[in-house]
Design a protein around this ligand. Structure first.
Ligand code: HEC
Length: 177
């Protein structure tokens, strides 16, 4: 009697465990689905939030860049075109090209300094040697310098990052010290 009862209890507990295990498995499965769903929708929300936060900023940036380009176009036509020519190709032997040069694509401070302080002495631009004089253009405003350099960097087949008004102000302040 005691033995049968024990056996019965044993089976019952096994059964109980088995059912519990199945329920547990289902619960884990459900939990995983829920978790995945929450994680995914949470991600989309985050993405939407980031988009919303960056959109006005990029609009502001492009508006600023458009303004700089317009100013730059005007300044180039007034102050640079005589020497560096319409398409920035310069005059071989006299005025160096502004197309894909180390100065135009290179260090921002050095490029800003060329316009503010001018440049003289022997330089090699894209394999050609020049020994001329470029007069300083410190009379241009920070906006005009940033504009003309952004314009040069994004015209004539160039594709380098814009020069900001703040950067020009910084270089001008360093020179004045
Ligand atoms: C009077 C003629 C003249 C004017 C105006 C002039 N430049 Fe130059 N520029 C030169 C000469 C000459 C050199 C080379 C100087 C040297 O040999 O050391 C030069 C060099 C440069 C360089 C570095 C070399 C290169 O080709 O990448 C840049 C950049 C440049 N000029 C940009 C400008 C910009 C922008 C303007 C207008 C704001 C301008 N220049 C106006 C004559 C001029």
């Amino acid at each position: 009697m005691a033995a049968t009862e024990l056996f019965h209890n044993f089976i019952a507990s096994q059964n109980f465990l088995f059912i519990n295990y199945t329920i547990l498995k289902n619960l884990v499965f459900l939990f995983t689905i829920c978790w995945l769903f929450c994680a995914c929708s949470g991600g989309t929300q985050n993405e939407q939030a980031t988009e919303a936060a960056t959109e006005p900023e990029s609009e502001k940036m492009s508006a600023e860049a458009t303004k700089l380009m317009a100013t730059g176009n005007k300044v180039y036509g007034q102050y640079c075109i005589a020497c560096h020519q319409t398409n920035g190709q310069g005059v071989p032997g006299a005025f160096p090209t502004l197309v894909q040069t180390e100065w135009v694509n290179g260090d921002n401070t050095r490029l800003i300094s060329v316009v503010l302080n001018g440049l003289q002495g022997e330089i090699t631009v894209n394999g050609e040697t020049y020994n001329g004089v470029m007069t300083p253009h410190a009379f241009l405003t920070d906006e005009e310098v940033a504009g003309v350099l952004t314009y040069v960097r994004q015209s004539f087949g160039n594709d380098a990052e814009p020069i900001t008004v703040e950067e020009v102000a910084e270089v001008r302040a360093t020179v004045a010290e």
